[in-house]
Design a protein around this ligand. Structure first.
Ligand SMILES: Cc1cc2nc3c(=O)[nH]c(=O)nc-3n(C[C@H](O)[C@H](O)[C@H](O)COP(=O)(O)O)c2cc1C
Length: 182
């Protein structure tokens, strides 16, 4: 019997009504045969990173824990919220602290990297930033997907617009192949 693959997922948002979390949950429906864990960034809240604070308190346990989740997985699904064309402060703080544990945060795992926003660009600003930078943090980006105009394009049953739905399915497939072949 092949081992069940495990996926860890998170949204780059601390909002209780996060649309990125909704996109992640929808995406995870495609991985029913996998063992799936979704992290809540609120459980990784740490003091705002500063060099002085690091000297005083060391690296918080949550930073080690976040990286441990990545290391224990066979693949990572994430969707980043965009604030001012970049990461949310909450996500950037997790990234900063984790990078002090080890720059190889994503432990060379395949990643499905997504973003969504209510606007026409669907968080493509933060998606491009992450696409350029996450490989430096050990992410093997297998596929990317950006969902524009979330409130128009997403309903109770997921992505409504056919072209976007097809793009999402293709991205899921590419990621699945990377996980299966790793
Ligand atoms: C401070 C702030 C900055 C934002 N900047 C952007 C932006 O640059 N581009 C964008 O498309 N949406 C922007 N938004 C709207 C967010 O995309 C929207 O709040 C979205 O719901 C965030 O994702 P989440 O629901 O997963 O947290 C911004 C929202 C806030 C509060």
């Amino acid at each position: 019997m092949p081992m069940t693959k495990s996926i860890v997922a998170f949204a780059g948002s601390t909002s209780s009504t996060s649309i990125n979390r909704r996109l992640v949950l929808y995406t995870l429906r495609e991985f029913k045969e996998y063992s799936v864990q979704i992290l809540d960034l609120n459980n990784f809240e740490m003091p705002l990173y500063s060099a002085d604070r690091e000297k005083m308190i060391g690296i918080p346990a949550q930073a080690y824990a976040f990286r441990e989740h990545m290391m224990q997985s066979d693949g990572i699904v994430c969707s980043l919220a965009e604030h001012n064309r970049s990461y949310t402060a909450a996500f950037k703080n997790v990234l900063d602290w984790c990078s002090r544990v080890d720059m190889n945060i994503y432990a060379n795992k395949p990643m499905l990297l997504m973003s969504t926003s209510p606007g026409k660009l669907g968080g493509q600003g933060v998606l491009e930033i992450a696409k350029a930078y996450f490989p430096r943090c050990g992410a093997q980006i297998a596929a990317t997907f950006s969902l524009p105009l979330f409130h128009q394009n997403f309903g109770e049953n997921g992505i409504l617009e056919q072209t976007l739905r097809t793009d999402h399915t293709a991205a899921v497939q590419r990621f699945r192949q990377s996980v299966e072949s790793a």
